[in-house]
Design a protein around this ligand. Structure first.
Ligand SMILES: Cc1cc2nc3c(=O)[nH]c(=O)nc-3n(C[C@H](O)[C@H](O)[C@H](O)COP(=O)(O)O)c2cc1C
Length: 364
């Protein structure tokens, strides 16, 4: 069950890091949506490894193939299978890690849970699993953009202790985000972040960071209280991305230090609807979108696999020193930007379809 996400736009991802391939099956995508590989490939290109010196050098082209559910560039409403073949597998890099669980990786917990492990790499815990999410997320985004004009843009807002000033969330676009390899739209901060990541990489170490995300033109009324509140689903979606450690909606933890008199988002008339003057709520109140941009942040830890020697124990409990081999990301946030956007799209599409069903069922 745990590889499936969503109620109405339901995705199941498959594949291990060093197996034959990875991908997703989408069940519940509405029919008659224009779709081909070119709608999906750009987001996979932004996620792929070896895209800059800031990322792992594992060289995967990550070309997606649509195996079913689409004919003549139009969705049929039947399951859409999306597949990416793995090409650059190097299982030998993981020989040592078969006997020594990497500190803070998933080797130990997977072994305890399943009593068997994928022969190399992190298996399903590897970031390669997220290929399927990004491919499915691109399909969700196509629907959201066509039907609602929804725009989702994420960017790197911090690397380690370097925090960038916030861009204009009303106008930021992916082109601005992609101007730097680190995917931070503020150029001076981007430069510092890149230098810091390169220094950590040369030292054999790793760094964490924060990704911020805005979803614009989300219609008011999406979200299913009480257990499937929009922010609750976003939190689940974001915290299912490997290496995430925190989620904040709107003012987040900083909001706890404010007073109600400044934190309240006062209503104003915006066209035919009510809007708010400020957006500390992050576009969601009572778990339901209020028509303002949905804004959230996701914290990522420094990736676990580092080449510095670490004193640890092997699976038998014997003292050892692990110097990890293999090609690894010194900081995951530049590549995680499209993953955050994709998971946001998957939450929004599911809630949009649920609301549409309710509207169709309502007797007026
Ligand atoms: C884009 C991306 C790339 C990643 N690359 C690596 C990596 O090269 N090395 C590593 O140890 N972890 C990497 N991770 C994180 C691991 O997959 C993750 O830490 C591990 O599965 C344990 O899960 P947890 O951190 O969520 O507890 C990456 C995560 C993402 C999102």
């Amino acid at each position: 069950m745990s590889s499936t996400f969503g109620m109405m736009f339901r995705i199941t991802t498959f594949g291990e890091s060093h197996g034959q391939g990875v991908g997703a099956v989408i069940d519940g995508c509405p029919p008659k949506i224009p779709l081909d590989e070119a709608d999906i490939q750009p987001q996979l290109d932004r996620r792929r490894p070896a895209q800059s010196e800031l990322t792992t050098s594992r060289n995967e082209a990550d070309r997606v193939a649509i195996l079913s559910g689409v004919e003549n560039g139009i969705t049929l409403g039947t399951p859409i299978a999306l597949m990416v073949k793995n090409k650059d597998q190097r299982p030998a890099d993981y020989d040592r890690m078969r006997s020594v669980p990497r500190p803070s990786h998933a080797d130990y917990t997977y072994r305890i849970k399943y009593d068997i492990q994928a022969s190399s790499g992190g298996g399903r815990a590897s970031a390669r699993e997220t290929v399927g999410r990004v491919a499915a997320g691109a399909v969700a985004e196509k629907f959201l953009s066509e039907r609602y004009g929804i725009e989702i843009v994420a960017w790197v807002s911090a690397v380690s202790t370097i925090e960038a000033p916030s861009p204009d969330t009303g106008s930021i676009i992916r082109k601005q985000v992609d101007r730097s390899a680190v995917r931070c739209p503020d150029s001076p901060s981007a430069e510092k972040m890149q230098e810091t990541i390169m220094a950590a990489k040369e030292a054999g170490d790793s760094l964490g960071g924060i990704i911020s995300c805005v979803c614009r033109n989300v219609p008011a009324g999406l979200g299913e209280p009480v257990f499937e509140k929009m922010e609750a689903l976003l939190a689940q979606a974001m915290l299912s991305i490997p290496a995430t450690k925190g989620f904040e909606i709107g003012s987040g933890f900083a909001g706890s230090r404010m007073r109600g008199s400044t934190h309240n988002d006062v209503f104003i008339k915006k066209g035919a609807h009510l809007g708010t003057q400020t957006n500390y709520s992050g576009g969601i109140q009572g778990g339901i979108s209020n028509g303002e941009p949905v804004i959230f942040r996701v914290a990522f830890k420094p990736p676990a696999t580092i080449s510095l020697p670490q004193k640890t124990v092997d699976f038998e409990g014997n003292d050892t020193v692990l110097e990890a081999r293999g090609r690894h990301d010194p900081c995951v946030v530049p590549r995680a930007v499209p993953i955050v956007e994709s998971m946001a799209a998957l939450v929004l599409v599911d809630l949009a379809l649920q609301q549409k069903m309710r509207e169709n069922e309502t007797v007026r």
